[in-house]
Design a protein around this ligand. Structure first.
Ligand SMILES: Nc1ncnc2c1ncn2[C@@H]1O[C@H](COP(=O)(O)OP(=O)(O)OP(=O)(O)O)[C@@H](O)[C@H]1O
Length: 245
């Protein structure tokens, strides 16, 4: 196991380079996130957002540079990385024949964690899942409900780092607002959140910082400030501009 001292930041990426064969996808990426901070990573198709998440989970080896999750290189310590990270893919995968509660118990069991029924129900409540859904099979659940189950799991696991891949895609505006509120719950727990998204409004509503990825590195970063938080029009202009050649 490799430790990066003295930093135990939930996420530290320094000068990360990732190649797929001859294709350089990440090209000197720097990104660190503090406990309780929500960071939205935006960028055009193919900019390298999903690759960034894969590198954080240790699925993609760096050609050079560093990735540290709580001080540990995820590729060198997959089990520790798994325990430190909650990953919500765009389409949350649950066991269809199990109830919401059974899914939670199953996934907690994988990481050898146990919670009481009362704790699980408190997490469902915090995630905004209606009580009549706790003991229903998830087969009929909407995308928004599935996300609430996954967020409840992240809340129960108390992980330092939560990775979200396009969490609001396919959600209606109300479900998006519910989801945005849930991010506040993760922040209160002190989890660092990295959200990859194309949803500029959701990012502007929730994120403490917004970074734009282009050609494998962050080319612009904005910090939430004042009552308006962000100049969304300016962000949109930047987001929609042609990417670097
Ligand atoms: N497993 C792979 N092997 C080879 N090339 C890949 C692989 N995965 C992604 N790529 C390429 O790497 C580049 C970055 O892909 P990535 O999926 O990280 O982008 P993205 O920013 O998440 O895009 P999108 O917004 O479309 O999801 C793209 O050019 C893609 O074609």
């Amino acid at each position: 196991m490799t430790y990066h001292e003295p930093s135990g930041l939930p996420l530290l990426i320094a000068n990360l380079v990732v190649d797929y064969g001859a294709h350089r996808v990440l090209n000197g990426l720097d990104l660190s996130i503090r406990p309780g901070e929500i960071y939205a990573l935006l960028g055009g198709n193919g900019a390298g957002k999903s690759t960034t998440l894969a590198a954080i989970m240790g699925f993609v080896p760096p050609a050079s540079g560093e990735v540290r999750v709580c001080g540990v290189a995820p590729g060198s310590a997959p089990v520790q990385a798994r325990r430190a990270i909650a990953y919500l893919p765009e389409n949350v995968a649950l066991y269809e024949h199990l109830t919401a509660r059974e899914n939670i118990q199953y996934f907690l069991g994988i990481s050898s964690e146990r919670r009481t029924n009362a704790e699980i129900e408190a997490a469902f409540n915090a995630a905004g899942l209606q009580e009549d859904a706790f003991n229903r099979r998830v087969a009929g659940f909407s995308k928004g409900m599935r996300q609430k189950v996954a967020i409840a799991l992240a809340l129960l696991r108390h992980v330092p780092l939560v990775l979200l891949d396009e969490p609001t895609s396919g959600l209606d505006p109300r479900a998006t607002q519910d989801f945005n509120r849930l991010l506040g719950g993760l922040r209160e727990r002190g989890s660092a959140v990295l959200m990859v998204t194309h949803d500029l409004l959701s990012a502007a509503d929730t994120a403490d910082r917004i970074g734009f990825l282009d050609a494998g590195r962050i080319v612009q970063e904005s910090v939430a400030e004042g009552p308006d938080r962000y100049d969304v029009r300016a962000l949109h202009r930047h987001f929609a501009r042609p990417v670097a050649a």
